[in-house]
Design a protein around this ligand. Structure first.
Ligand code: ITT
Length: 199
């Protein structure tokens, strides 16, 4: 069975592949469907956007699809960048530009608590949502970016219980404690039931 990873973010694809490695399916990226169009993320929550992408890309590819909508929620910024995390510094901006803007907005505030949130949805090949889950990872925003591991805002996110950012921590740590790992554990329970009921 083929499942499409309904994302164009290479950092996410790498992590989703690793996290769902136990599933006995061929997980392919959207790069295998160059003619599939773009799904607009018009939802106001992570789950709404994950469902839009899972449904949309399942219909566009004719395959079962698993999507990820995620982002960084910063308390001192009233939840921003939130669902706008990828577009925070405008279309076409780089990760470094988004991080710069985030650090400028927070300034030297003492209150730096934040969390990464990840919604994962699975849609069948007709675009019907089979399951949606949400995972979280609590932490705080660093004063300066450090490290080159991971992607996105990882260089400025220090998970609770650690003194280094996801940019510095080894991939094996992120893959245990991240918002995507939390959501993946929940979605694996769905897949276990799904295949259990089919055999
Ligand atoms: P797709 O919609 O194609 O999946 P995207 O990058 O546009 O890719 P989102 O709309 O879900 O995805 O935006 C998520 C953004 O949040 C992402 O671009 C990063 O900037 C940030 N983000 C999400 N997960 C992250 C992680 O594990 N580490 C660092 N930053 C993360």
């Amino acid at each position: 069975m083929t499942i499409v990873a309904a994302t164009r973010n290479p950092g996410k694809i790498r992590e989703i592949r690793l996290l769902l490695a136990q599933i006995p399916v061929r997980l392919v990226g959207l790069d295998e469907y160059p003619d599939a169009g773009e799904i607009e993320e018009t939802g106001s929550t992570f789950v709404e956007n994950a469902e839009l992408k899972a449904t949309g890309y399942a219909r566009l590819t004719g395959e079962m699809a698993v999507s990820d909508d995620s982002g960084l929620v910063v308390d001192a910024l009233a939840g921003a960048p939130g669902v706008q995390s990828a577009r925070y510094a405008g279309a076409g901006a780089s990760d470094a530009e988004r991080i710069r803007k985030l650090l400028d907005e927070i300034g030297s505030a003492d209150e730096r608590s934040a969390r990464f949130v990840c919604a994962i949805s699975v849609a069948d090949r007709n675009g019907r949502i089979l399951c949606s889950v949400e995972g979280k990872c609590e932490g705080r925003i660093a004063l300066v970016p450090t490290g080159e591991n991971g992607f996105g805002y990882d260089p400025v996110f220090i998970p609770t219980g650690f003194s280094r950012s996801f940019g510095e921590l080894p991939d094996e740590v992120k893959s245990q404690i991240s918002h995507r790992a939390d959501a993946s554990r929940k979605i694996m329970r769905f897949f276990a039931d799904f295949w259990g009921n089919r055999t």
